[in-house]
Ligand binder design. Structure first.
Ligand code: PHE
Length: 340
């Protein structure tokens, strides 16, 4: 009977196709073509209606055998393909240990650290050695010991980040002077450096910047020693084409006090936005140590006298490298940093 032949033919073709499926997706599509709702086997079942009762029974039995066989064929092929695909995937994704690794870009020192190291080197040539201190200071070391009592207007000079009632983020590196005076014997020539913090931010101010501090305590120290040291140091650091100047100023911990300015490297003194049209950039303060500070640290004054200075490292960096905006320094943009 023709319907049995048709069934055999479909069965054979299905086995062929299942066996030739290249992947599980294709295999599944083949299964749908035969056993799905509109599949060939399913369509053939609809023709059963035309058969006699006897043939219906026989044909029904055979078509069930075919269906079951195709399910089995499908499962077997599915498992084979699964292993094959896994195998291929493993081969595709295997590690090639002979490949060279991706290149690690090389780093270089941050300009602020470069400046710090250079200053330390220059000052160590004339007998200074390095000291560090904590970033969180007590009110005593940051202010009181430096002759800035509570409610003194000088506290407004340095907008302070307070940690609690008695601790601040140090607003300058001058507390290192006090730690050193308390712990060490005289004479002393020290450099203090590290991060300092102030509520301040614009083209030439950062809320977190770095200072370098120098202190010399010895017998018969005068303003001439201070000027000589700073002049030597600024010349060594900037070279000789940029002028420096001392302006009378006020700090509670020095007397007399001066502000040290350096000629603006961008406009060479003509006036621009970096130097606020003055032609000069302030790099820090300096002065002879106030006897009150020495006496509070139990230094025998006037047997011993001293001078101190404190410079901003970022300021020195922008002057040395001609950087037009101080805020570029903490941004850490790699293409900017790579230039140094
Ligand atoms: N500590 C001062 C400041 O940060 C700078 C300074 C240091 C001035 C030492 C004089 C002597 O403003």
């Amino acid at each position: 009977m023709i319907i049995y032949e048709k069934l055999d033919e479909i069965h054979k073709k299905a086995i062929d196709e299942f066996g030739g499926a290249l992947n599980r997706e294709q295999l599944y599509q083949f299964k749908v073509n035969y056993l799905g709702k509109n599949g060939l086997v399913t369509e053939l079942m609809k023709e059963m209606a035309k058969l006699s009762v006897e043939d219906k029974k026989e044909f029904g039995r055979r078509i069930n055998v075919v269906k079951q066989d195709l399910e089995t064929q499908y499962t077997e092929r599915f498992e084979t393909l699964k292993l094959k695909e896994l195998d291929e995937q493993m081969r595709r994704e295997s590690l090639d240990l002979t490949l060279p690794p991706p290149r690690q870009p090389r780093g270089n020192p941050h300009p602020v650290h470069r400046v710090r190291d250079e200053v330390v080197q220059i000052l160590s040539r004339i007998g200074y050695s390095l000291r560090l201190g904590p970033s969180i200071e007590t009110d005593y070391y940051n202010f009181e010991a430096l002759n800035i009592p509570k409610n003194h207007p000088a506290r407004d000079m340095q907008d302070t980040f307070f940690v609690d009632d008695t601790h601040v983020l140090r607003t300058h590196t001058s507390p290192i002077q006090i730690h050193s005076l308390e712990a060490e014997s005289l004479p002393l020539r020290i450099i203090g450096t590290g991060p300092v913090f102030r509520v301040d931010s614009d083209i030439s101010h950062l809320p977190n910047f770095h200072q370098i501090e120098g202190m010399c305590v010895d017998r018969k120290i005068s303003m001439a020693d201070l000027k000589g040291t700073i002049t030597y140091f600024v010349k060594e650091f900037f070279g000789s084409d940029l002028k420096t100047r001392f302006r009378p100023s006020y700090f509670p911990f020095t007397e007399p006090s001066a502000e040290v300015d350096c000629q603006c490297p961008i406009c060479k003194g003509k006036g621009c936005s970096l130097c606020k049209n003055s032609g000069w950039i302030e790099i820090g303060g300096a002065g002879l140590m106030n006897p009150k500070v020495l006496l509070a640290a139990k230094v025998k004054y006037p047997e011993w006298t001293g001078f101190a200075f404190g410079f901003g490292l970022e300021r020195m960096a922008i002057i040395k490298y001609g950087i037009p905006d101080i805020r570029l320094l903490p941004e850490n943009n790699l293409s900017f940093l790579k230039q140094f």
